[in-house]
Design a protein around this ligand. Sequence first.
Ligand SMILES: O=P(O)(O)OC[C@H](O)CO
Length: 412
Amino acid sequence: QTEIQWWHSMTGGLNDWVLDLANGFNSSQTEYKIVPTYKGTYDETMPAAVAAFRAGNAPHILQVFEVGTATMMAAKGAVVPVGKVLADAGYKFDPKAYIPAVVGYYTAPNGQMLSFPFNSSTTVFNYNKDLFTKAGLDPNQPPKTWPEVVLAAAKLKASGVACPFTTSWQGWTQLESFSTWHNTEFASQGNGFGGTSARLTVNSPLHVRHIENLSNMAKQGLFVYRGRGNKADASFYSGECAMATASSSTYASIKKNAKFEFGISTLPYYPDVAGAPQNTVIGGASLWVMGGKKPAEYKGVAAFFNYLTNAEIQAKSHQRTGYLPITLASFELTEKTGFYKENPGTDVAVNQMIRKTTDKSRGIRLGNFIQVRAIEDEELEQVWAGKKSAKEALDAIVSRGNEQLERFQKAN
Ligand SMILES: O=P(O)(O)OC[C@H](O)CO
């Protein structure tokens, strides 16, 4: 039996899902065995794989979050295009089968899709219906705008909730998706799609207004910062935080852990901004095939990807995790079964992403984006700690982030 190593970053209900997919494939045939290994968070797994590649012991399959996409696209030699892996094994890879938001994001400048779309998410607004009821808020009327979020947070606080609002992935939800949702550029060159000369524009008056708003909420105890990446998710699952902007993929773990009624709604916006709401930005990850492996192993990778392409498996994955139905077939299948009607809120991510995108909202794809994300985290933390104003922090994100973009441009 040929073993295929798969490094991933899925935890909680999502880890259960990955294990079930691997087991499903492994028991469907006898030639190959997929061995999934959790290698840490997204930003830990990617450098670990780069180091392993240099040392000659990279995994066959690597899950890379959207933030690493441009860097992986530029890493020629280290990766094998997914289309080639599938074609060599006699399978067909049809990018047209995928929903436009996914194709648009993962198609490289040369028109090729290099990685296998696996778990695409977007930003949503989760809220605890029980805490809403307790606070005298209508559990079926979540706040749709940022001014409404502030009012709801104040009521929740008055009812004794210590953490009215929090967010995970603060750069992704409050700056990146916030930008596309308001049809406002996060970076020039169509947010990086136009080329490596893209530079950050995330210190616009709209961005300053929003971070100032959140800073005021933090001072009043209405927004409680719970850490980087997806750390804040746990404080929503536990029932401590009443409202949270997060990935749509929190659905898997909410269902697994929450002992309360929950609702999923759209990302809040500022109603006076023309063009808002537009569409939210893609998140989640795709699967990259690493270079330097044996032909039989690539055949196994192809067989596994082919297994994952099945519309029923994809529809089930979408319904179970909250990740997007990445293909049109799995979307149609899910709709036909009445899943969205039976599970209100599960259509939010889909609806936010199927709108027609603009040059400003298609997505954000930048080189050295992992470093830029870390800068976003560092600077926003200064605001929540009361050490920097919103304007100072956003200006610093732009100047420090642009150094990273310049470095990437020179190297590629
Ligand atoms: O939690 P995920 O897998 O939806 O990923 C979140 C985003 O990719 C953050 O960049």
